[in-house]
Design a protein. Structure first.
Length: 504
């Protein structure tokens, strides 16, 4: 299947700039997602949403809706007007962090679920066919936070359900503070996941004709109430975070974003997965970097790219670059779609990271130009660990002698199966020389420049992505197999460009 390209727009934009729909369609967009119910507010009435959907359809595009079900602790909309409410209505309760501070949004209290159910039923009655619950569908204020609402009501319910005493609550707060991967903390996270999964099931049942999906937020997982196993059969927007040039521009920004998409794809099939290709605020990601984001769905085999920028549209000047990136994706993605990337470098994000981690993945290894693969458990090869996983795996073992665990200095004490390597390009390029010396019939980029190399041995193709903001001359090398010579091919890649090569 060829990739599809989607765009999220507000009814305001659709009404005030009808030419944007024609421009998007001409650029390659097939679907428009209209902003809908906003955390307890019908800022856009159902009638306006329905009218916007009709305008979308008149332009030859499919129309769907995005709801923001719970709210956000800060401005996640970039509406450009003070008329848009930034928090839920007064009759919705605040969330409570583990330290007793309060925040708006990302917590579940009555009547939030009931009002979201009614909103979805109304949108279904208005003729909408698909809906996403945006990243405010989570129970943590931000990535890296162990979430759940620590209010008196949730405390009482948790203690009663688990048969615990008040002293256990104090221990839980201590475990959250220390990010201790303890049975008590795991019980709390599971309790939080049960609550959010039940809320999703209620909303899905309220509008059964709507194909309802979630946005999983950057590295969204259990500690944010998102038990990913509960959403395997529904559409999922794989979470991203690098919304402006300052964060996305460096190689580490790109590898962090790719890391999150690859992690979420463990739980969602390619046809049901969507990217969250976002700029926020709308003009803070350059056209070149926004276009570069479209390489990530190819590498993660995410078949639908969803372009987002809050309630304000992208600058008009971004569209030529976006149109070219969509055409490029249409030519490259089918060459590797449905194929599993393989390699000696292992992308591992374990249960400790999902329950207690600070969402700082060891991701820069992806920029070494050496093939990688996603694994559920450490495997023979070089497995790169977050702090939470390094601490957890240090207590396990023994490991296969060929299973190398790589962690950052300072993330944990030394252990026999592990090697401490700074997450810097110079340190990782030094490790690269050790890795490639052992490769046989696996391609790699010979130069020590930041580039991603995905290897698909089933079709003997490699996808190379130049992470530099300048053109690069790279050499793809294949070490000799037994009884056959080595192979090498040079390639010219423009800034942030990608290319697929056929290998012998």
């Amino acid at each position: 299947m060829n990739p599809r390209f989607h765009l999220c727009l507000s009814p305001d934009t659709i009404e005030s700039d009808p030419g944007l729909l024609r421009l998007a369609a001409q650029s390659g967009v097939s679907d428009i997602w209209v902003a809908g119910f906003l955390y307890g507010h019908w800022y856009y009435s159902v009638e306006r949403i329905q009218s916007a959907a009709r305008s979308v359809q008149a332009a030859g595009l499919a129309a769907h809706v995005v709801n923001l079900p719970l709210g956000h602790p800060g401005d996640s909309l970039g509406a450009g007007t003070e008329a848009v409410p930034l928090g839920p209505p007064a009759h919705w309760r605040m969330g409570v962090n583990f330290d007793g501070t309060e925040h708006s949004g990302t917590s579940l209290h009555a009547p939030a679920v009931a009002e979201n159910c009614r909103a979805l039923a109304d949108l279904q009655a208005a003729g909408l066919d698909r809906a996403f619950l945006d990243d405010d569908f989570r129970l943590a204020p931000a990535p890296g936070i162990i979430g759940g609402c620590f209010c008196a009501d949730h405390r009482r319910r948790f203690l009663e359900q688990q048969g615990l005493q008040p002293a256990d609550w104090l221990q839980l707060l201590e475990d959250v503070s220390r990010r201790a991967f303890s049975p008590l903390l795991r019980a709390w996270v599971d309790f939080t996941c049960d609550e959010l999964s039940a809320a999703f099931r209620q909303q899905r049942a309220a509008a059964p004709a709507l194909d309802l999906g979630i946005m999983a937020m950057y590295l969204g997982a259990e500690k944010a109430g998102i038990r990913l196993d509960d959403y395997r059969e529904v559409p999922m927007r794989v979470g991203e975070y690098m919304f402006d040039d300052a964060i996305f521009g460096p190689p580490k920004g790109k590898t962090d974003e790719l890391f999150s998409a690859l992690f979420h794809r463990r739980f969602c099939g390619p046809e049901r997965s969507y990217s969250e290709s976002t700029a926020f605020p709308a003009d803070q990601l350059s056209a070149a970097n926004l276009a570069a984001k479209l390489v990530i769905p190819i590498l993660a085999d995410v078949r639908s790219t969803l372009l987002m920028s809050g309630l304000s549209p992208f600058p008009r000047g971004h569209w030529p670059a976006l149109a070219e990136a969509m055409r490029r994706s249409q030519s490259l993605h089918p060459l590797v779609a449905g194929r599993k990337a393989a390699g000696p470098l292992k992308h591992y994000w374990g249960k400790a990271s999902r329950y207690t981690g600070d969402d700082r993945p060891y991701s820069l290894f992806l920029a070494l130009g050496v093939p990688f693969e996603v694994v559920d458990e450490p495997q023979p090869g070089w497995n790169f660990l977050s702090q939470a996983d390094a601490l957890n795996l240090r207590a396990r073992g023994p490991f296969d002698p060929q299973t190398h665990l790589v962690y950052r200095p300072g993330d944990c004490a030394a252990f026999a199966a592990g090697t401490a390597v700074e997450e810097t390009l110079p340190a990782l390029f030094a490790l690269k020389r050790q890795v490639v010396a052992q490769l046989e019939d696996v391609p790699y980029v010979a130069e020590d420049v930041p580039a991603i190399c995905a290897w698909y041995p089933e079709v003997r193709r490699a996808l190379i992505w130049n992470l530099s903001e300048r053109a690069q001359t790279l050499t793809l090398r294949l070490n000799a197999r037994a009884g056959s010579p080595g192979w090498a091919q040079g390639l010219q890649l423009q800034s942030l460009d990608a290319q697929v090569l056929q290998l012998p």
